[in-house]
Design a protein around this ligand. Structure first.
Ligand SMILES: [Zn+2]
Length: 154
């Protein structure tokens, strides 16, 4: 199966490889395999993933929007199960979440900063957003570092 993924990586162009997230598919495949003996869901997902990879191989020269969508959905289902069932998460998972959170809280805070300090919302928003982004990044990156140390990365 890994062989098939590697063949796909060679045959497809860089953009397609990225869009199909083949590196991640390979990692997911390996992770599922380690759990498939003890977890019924993982062994079901492993089956689905194997069929999907075969399907990708058969359709590699006619990749449609629909195939990419199916691909994303399967990745999403598997990563959700690994996270909820096995506490295994994707690399930089928390960095993404906390940065997004920082941006949304920061821009809200920026409105207040703008109104209270500068009497100008337009001045406050970039400051708040910048602050929120940096704080979110630091918190998220720290959490990701911990996850990595614990060996809980896909
Ligand atoms: Zn499982």
């Amino acid at each position: 199966m890994i062989k098939t993924i590697n063949k796909l990586k060679i045959n497809l162009n860089e953009k397609e490889v990225k869009k199909l997230n083949l590196d991640l598919l390979e990692k997911l495949y390996k992770k599922l395999k380690t759990f498939s003996n003890d977890c019924k869901e993982c062994s079901d997902y492993l089956n689905r993933l194997e069929k999907h990879i075969q399907f990708l191989e058969e359709n590699q020269y006619s990749l449609t929007k629909d195939i990419y969508k199916r691909n994303d959905e399967l990745i999403n289902d598997i990563t959700t199960h690994l996270r909820e069932g096995h506490n295994i998460i994707q690399e930089d998972y928390y960095t993404g979440i906390y940065t997004a959170l920082g941006i949304s809280i920061g821009s809200g805070l920026g409105v207040s900063i703008g109104l209270l300090i500068f009497d100008n919302i337009g001045l406050g928003i970039p400051i708040g957003t910048g602050l929120g982004t940096s704080i979110g990044l630091v918190i998220g990156a720290n959490m990701d570092k911990k996850v990595k140390e614990e060996g809980r990365v896909i």
